[in-house]
Design a protein around this ligand. Sequence first.
Ligand code: ADP
Ligand code: ADP
Length: 223
Amino acid sequence: GPLLSLADVGKRFANAVTALDGLDMQVRQGEFLSLLGPSGCGKSTALRLIAGLTDPSRGQIMWNPSEAARQSIGFVFQEPTLMPWANVFANVHLPLKLAGVGRKAAEPAITEALEMVGLSAFHGAYPRELSGGMKMRVSIARALVTKPRLLLMDEPFAALDEITRFKLNNDLLDVWHRLGCTIVFVTHSVFESVFLSTRILVFRARPGRVSAELSIDPNQTRD
Ligand code: ADP
Ligand code: ADP
């Protein structure tokens, strides 16, 4: 069965904005799923619901009981939000540190995560010394360091120039293959979604609901 399902999910905020109205979608094991649609159609809200960062106003989010993915989620936001006073190594250490893993025990995982995003030479650098693309790489390494089963990404590359973005797209595909995780990727770029995904859910304009589904390469999923 699917990794998780959203059934008739609605989300209405306190200010009476209805972000989602009857969203039905599934995330399949091992796929690279893009949520595509114009700004404001509820993509981020759907991602935040999956992450458990907010609760639905109606409907259900059901996790596959045989999957531990719910306990193993990495989240990458559009803004890298690194700690400016800490170097790259310490920034990537953070999720493990919060889980009680000390610097020394965490070092192999941190080294591997930084290697996956091409930042092996930058352990000691500080965020202010890095370009936007490199900061995003650190942010991805931080999400990968716990080896999540499910990686949720909310327009991670939207603020980057086109060439940097294309490099990061390629590197993200390598990470996905290497880690063998499931990715749900929010974007409003048709090109990016077609380039990256095995499947695309096209959201219609508000209130959010899936209006079309596009399979790019279903053979790539690890069902
Ligand atoms: P997208 O990611 O597709 O741009 P969002 O999920 O961010 O869309 O937002 C969908 C709608 O819900 C928008 O109108 C947005 O302004 C509104 N919205 C999002 N978050 C909140 C919030 N915390 N409180 C009130 N309205 C919100
Ligand atoms: P993006 O378009 O990059 O998704 P948004 O401007 O929609 O960014 O949202 C940025 C943040 O502000 C999100 O955390 C969202 O939940 C919140 N937000 C968006 N719209 C509203 C709103 N109308 N009222 C309160 N919070 C909002």
